[in-house]
Design a protein around this ligand. Structure first.
Ligand SMILES: CC(=O)N[C@H]1[C@@H](OP(=O)(O)OP(=O)(O)OC[C@H]2O[C@@H](n3ccc(=O)[nH]c3=O)[C@H](O)[C@@H]2O)O[C@H](CO)[C@@H](O)[C@@H]1O
Ligand SMILES: C=C(OP(=O)(O)O)C(=O)O
Length: 435
């Protein structure tokens, strides 16, 4: 188990550049299986989950060449389908959530797709019904080996259809889209997820020759084509990382510039931090956060009632930022209700923040009320274990704002999604050591 020690209570300063988006990378990498031609991808984050997926692709026979930092080319002209039945695949496929999106492209191009129950954060139930109902709708036969937790779909030829997804699942929509692009005829997907990750995937597929319309909406129409070709793609900056750095700047009262954030793809994120009273200035495509020496004050609603920050499928606020927003609120002036609607086990980490002196009431597994200290009292350093990727970063931000030296164990969770986080934080003045 890896560990960080963090000496908190120091102001940071400087510029930080966000990595390429983790959740986009996981979709885009799976899409290389849809063509025998070369695909070159740039701005791939060097993080554990993405590297695991790249090595799964390699094991499946995809030829991979590193072209430079964050740039790779992929040629899937000789895919080893038998590998999907191997013990190695059953083991490695479990290592991350994103591996589930190998199924759609493999099913579409080769007529078979298998996957062990995928991993990812343990943040509540994470069902896969939407994925498999979508494949079944396209004509695939589904089987599930309960003992091995091993899923499979098979079809000689997929046929386009109309489907109304039971929920706007992010990876589910990506998986179904990647299956439908090579199906016969027209597929209509209503209640589709439409995060920038998915918009990017659909743009890339269209460049490969797919015919997808409705990008950015929850109604996608896909005219199937016989084959797809090569292309080049660049990942957007990671909006969850951007939100994490905004939170870090506010909590440590530091002046920070976040470079090249792709403002038009940030959706609700800047607005939500502004509602917490944080000043964000737009300079070109950068976000500049000034020192908040006078703190930041949470806004109430117009009628004076207490603010609620909750998640919703895009263009709502991503659930992946709620843990960070919650931490930031612990030093705000005022109160806020944090409502995590999607995941039922993602707020339990607040116990650690309470130990550190934060004023939080966990109302139930989905809701927590935070009463900010307005910097009149700082958090106390402590020892903690990172339970999931975003709680891990939230605790890291709390530790950087706290007085004294904190220890965070199980930092593998953080490394799953944040590239070289300790060096990048040291470069802006953080006192953090990997032990
Ligand atoms: C690899 C990847 O891309 N992971 C992201 C992806 O996971 P993932 O694609 O696994 O998440 P889903 O979009 O399928 O759903 C997440 C959870 O929210 C619930 N749900 C979903 C849609 C909905 O309309 N209502 C609802 O309650 C689901 O039942 C599930 O429990 O999307 C999640 C939701 O943005 C993010 O937290 C994950 O970081
Ligand atoms: C929940 C997350 O990731 P995953 O879906 O990969 O577990 C996340 O990125 O916050």
């Amino acid at each position: 188990m890896g560990t960080f020690t963090i000496e908190g209570g120091h102001q940071l300063q400087g510029e930080i550049t966000p990595q390429g988006a983790k959740n986009e990378a996981l979709q885009i990498l799976c899409a290389v299986l849809l063509t025998p031609e070369e695909i070159t991808i740039h701005n791939i984050p060097d993080i554990v989950d993405v590297n695991k997926l790249i090595s799964l692709l390699e094991d499946l026979g995809v030829k991979i060449q590193k072209k430079g930092k964050g740039s790779y080319s992929f040629i899937a002209d000789d895919v080893n389908l038998e590998y999907m039945q191997s013990d190695e695949f059953k083991h490695d496929g479990r290592g991350l959530r994103g591996s589930i999106m190998l199924v759609g492209p493999l099913l579409a191009r080769f007529g078979v797709g298998y996957i062990p129950k995928p991993g990812g954060d343990k943040i509540g139930r994470r069902r896969l019904d939407t994925h498999f109902e979508g494949f079944i709708g396209l004509g695939a036969k589904f089987r599930y080996n309960k003992e091995e937790h091993f899923y499979g779909v098979e079809a000689k030829k997929l046929k386009g259809t109309y489907m109304l997804l039971d929920e706007a699942s992010v990876t589910g929509t990506a998986n179904i889209v990647m299956a439908a692009v090579l199906a016969e005829g027209k597929t209509t997907i209503y209640n589709a997820a439409c995060e920038p990750y998915l918009q990017q995937l659909c743009h890339m597929l269209n460049r490969m020759g797919a015919k997808i319309t409705g990008l950015g909406s929850n109604l996608l129409v896909i005219e199937g084509v016989d084959k797809l070709g090569g292309t080049e793609h660049t990942m957007l900056p990671d909006m969850i990382e951007i939100g994490s750095w905004i939170g870090l700047a506010a909590m440590t009262r530091s002046e920070l510039t976040i470079k090249n954030v792709s403002w038009e793809n940030l959706g609700q994120i800047p607005g939500v931090f502004r509602k917490l009273g944080i000043t964000l200035e737009r300079k070109g495509d950068d976000i500049v956060i000034p020192e908040h020496m006078d703190g930041y004050k949470i806004q109430n609603y117009i009628d004076g009632s207490i603010l609620t920050v909750s998640d919703a499928p895009w263009p709502g606020l991503t659930p992946d930022l709620l843990s960070i927003i919650l931490v930031v609120a612990t030093q705000a002036k005022g109160e806020v209700l944090i409502h995590q609607k999607m995941f039922e086990s993602r707020l339990f980490f607040v116990d650690k923040l309470i130990d550190m002196g934060a004023k939080i009431i966990l109302c139930d597994p989905h809701r927590a009320t935070v009463i900010g200290h307005d910097f009149k009292s700082t958090l106390k350093a402590t020892t903690m274990v990172s339970p999931d990727i975003r709680a891990g970063v939230s605790l890291l931000i709390a530790a950087l704002s706290a007085k004294g030296t904190s220890t965070i164990h199980n930092i593998e969770q953080i490394d799953r999604g944040y590239e070289d986080i300790d060096s990048r934080l040291r470069a802006i003045g953080a006192r953090i050591v990997r032990v």
